[in-house]
Ligand binder design. Structure first.
Ligand SMILES: [Zn+2]
Ligand SMILES: [Zn+2]
Length: 244
């Protein structure tokens, strides 16, 4: 029996008040990797009985606030309150924007003077879309999200595909593995940068949708729950987890 789990710390979209930001946590033994770290991360960790010093590493899929703004707290608190260091993984084309366009305005200067991202984190640029954490293999893939922004999803071992933020993806429609698919699922009628529930139903065949759990949804989840549970494998419930 594996002692590894993928926890759904938060499952909401960026407007949600009933759900925290869609941020996951891979837990393997005593080691913990966050997959995304949005501005609600401290509340989500508190709900899981955890706090900043319990996290060993963070992987950032893209620089939107609900996926990356929690790094400000991690950087400041690990450096100045806990005296610890977190490993920060991101694709090479995400890292420059992560510092220069996202975090530097808040973290660029401190009591130590001018800072770099490396003053707060052990920064690792992901090579060949591939990284190892504990006994797990993670692979990143580009998504179709906001034009001009580098955005990625994550595959974990042979068990999970997490789209992070994306419109439907053709290769997932053709995937015939047994993997669980955590799919961005906007409950709005139209959305230019997220897959809507209607698009998911129209785009993916039933055998793929059966393995799909909706995530990154809005506060009106209950209005759409019956449709999600009829057309997809179900809802990725906040606070729940998958055994890896
Ligand atoms: Zn996004
Ligand atoms: Zn998002």
């Amino acid at each position: 029996m594996s002692d590894s789990r993928l926890h759904f710390l938060g499952t909401g979209d960026s407007e949600a008040m009933r759900f925290w930001n869609t941020n996951l946590m891979l837990e393997s033994g005593s080691r913990r990797l966050l997959i995304d770290c949005g501005y609600t991360i401290k509340y989500a960790l508190r709900d899981a009985g955890l706090a900043v010093p319990d996290i060993d590493a963070i992987l950032i899929t893209h620089t939107h606030a609900d996926h990356a703004y929690g790094l400000e707290r991690f950087g400041i608190e690990t450096r100045y309150r806990y005296g610890t260091r977190v490993t920060l993984y991101a694709e090479p084309d995400v890292l420059p924007a992560l510092w220069h366009e996202t975090l530097k305005g808040s973290m660029g200067y401190s009591s130590d003077g001018e800072n770099r991202l490396e003053d707060f984190f052990d920064v690792v640029a992901i090579e060949n879309h591939s990284l190892e954490f504990a006994d797990h293999h993670l692979r990143t893939f580009p998504t179709e999200h906001t034009g001009g922004m580098a955005t990625y999803g994550v595959e974990i071992d042979d068990s999970v595909i997490f789209t992070a933020d994306s419109k439907p993806l053709a290769w997932i429609a053709e995937d015939r593995s047994r993997r669980t698919i955590l799919h961005d699922c906007s409950l709005q009628a139209d959305n230019p940068v997220h897959a809507t529930l209607g698009e998911i139903i129209a785009f993916y065949p039933p055998e793929v949708r059966r393995r799909m759990l909706a995530i990154h949804y809005g506060d009106d989840l209950e209005t759409h729950r019956a449709a999600i549970e009829r057309e997809l494998g179900g809802v990725a419930e906040q606070g729940a987890s998958l055994v890896l």
